[in-house]
Write a protein that binds this ligand. Structure first.
Ligand SMILES: [Fe+2]
Length: 373
């Protein structure tokens, strides 16, 4: 299976992972053959890419690092927690206490799944819709932060603390008007100033409700601070930041960069990593290194050009080696003539490196898709 941009989809391609939108409504189930009207509908809903089976890597599945149902449950609970924090009635207080318990239960599941599956690499991009961006982003920041924390050797109780803080890190955004949050264009100076208050709004909400105190507080308040003092809202110095917000800061920026936003499509992971390198002095070096162990610059299904003249598609990534995937060679760079497939493992031959990433429209479609007869 491969993540294919919606503009490159063709009728006859088979959906490989179910596509949902908004509040988890099912749009397309796995196994459905695409028709033109389905593709139009995806475009209308602004969904930019979906997973389909194609001829290049029909044998390769892309598994999420946690179970689909665990992720779905977490997104729903985070949504209930974040939106529920606006209501200060006493009946809502009891509801939020229940949600808190359920969030800890789902964190138990996430931590358990991540601890039991050793050496995972995040290859899967979850397909998000603008409406639930904040909630699915929060869950992904939690997953990435827990993975980083496991690589750093943190204790199980700490994994749950950081997961809860990551779930809630953007809590303050529930106070920011949707017209600013989902604005398709650049924010004005005033709108940006309002957006940058969300750590403060989040802190005020938590303090007022007395429900999610404890370690979550520092993540909510400090996830946009940077160790070089150039973060916000206060421009704190490194000594004023705990390890939790430092870990969440890295996951938060990475996940925001690779996500589609109303004002730009998501960056490919290798590009997101380059952008993060440019900002590296704001992040803790050890945390960044551990973070990179768990993600891949070239997720499964990416078209990569190699410095030995071949183009291939990534079929496997190895934990700890984000830039050295296993690649199935499909054609030569100079003539795009299809080749009998063979595989190279970039960990075995260190002279071979990825020297560029190809977009779907740069690879002739006859290489990866045969029209149904
Ligand atoms: Fe934030």
């Amino acid at each position: 299976m491969r993540l294919v941009p919606v503009w490159a989809l063709r009728p006859g391609m088979e959906v490989a992972k179910k596509v949902t939108f908004g509040n988890n409504s099912l749009l397309l189930n796995a196994g459905v053959k695409l028709q033109m009207e389905y593709i139009q509908q995806l475009k209308k809903l602004n969904i930019r890419a979906i997973y389909v089976h194609d001829q290049l890597i029909p044998d390769v599945e892309i598994e999420d690092v946690i179970l689909d149902q665990t992720r779905e449950k977490a997104v729903k609970l985070v949504q209930a927690a974040l939106t529920g924090m606006r209501d200060d009635s006493s009946s809502n207080y009891c509801r939020l206490l229940n949600i808190k318990e359920e969030l800890y239960d789902v964190l138990d599941d996430i931590v358990g799944q991540l601890l039991s599956a050793n050496n995972l690499v995040l290859n899967l991009a979850d397909i998000r819709h603008t409406d639930n961006y904040t909630f699915s982003h929060s869950v992904n920041v939690a997953v990435l932060s827990i993975m980083t924390s496991i690589s750093m050797g943190l204790k199980k109780s700490q994994l749950k603390d950081i997961g809860m803080g990551a779930f809630l890190h953007d809590l303050g955004k529930v106070v920011v008007p949707l017209s600013i949050l989902n604005k398709p264009g650049r924010l004005t100076e005033d709108e940006m100033a309002e957006m940058m208050k969300h750590p403060l709004y989040g802190l005020e909400l938590v303090k007022a409700r007395h429900i999610f105190n404890g370690p979550s507080l520092s993540i909510i308040y400090k996830h946009h601070e940077r160790i070089n003092g150039k973060g916000y809202p206060r421009g704190l110095q490194e000594s004023e930041m705990e390890i939790y917000p430092k870990i969440c800061a890295v996951s938060d920026v990475y996940d925001a960069l690779v996500s589609d936003r109303p004002y730009r499509p998501g960056f490919k992971p290798h590009r997101a990593m380059e952008i993060m390198e440019e900002e590296a002095e704001g992040f803790d070096l050890e945390i960044m290194q551990k973070f990179y162990h768990n993600v891949s610059a070239y997720p499964i299904g990416t078209f990569v050009g190699l410095n030995d003249g071949y183009i291939g598609v990534v079929v496997k990534n190895v934990h700890g080696h984000p830039t050295r995937p296993q690649v199935r060679i499909i054609c030569r760079k100079d003539d795009f003539e299809p080749l009998k497939h063979f595989e190279v493992n970039l960990l075995d031959d260190l002279k071979v490196v990825v020297d560029r990433v190809y977009e779907d429209n740069e690879i002739p479609s006859y290489i990866y898709f045969r029209e149904p007869s």
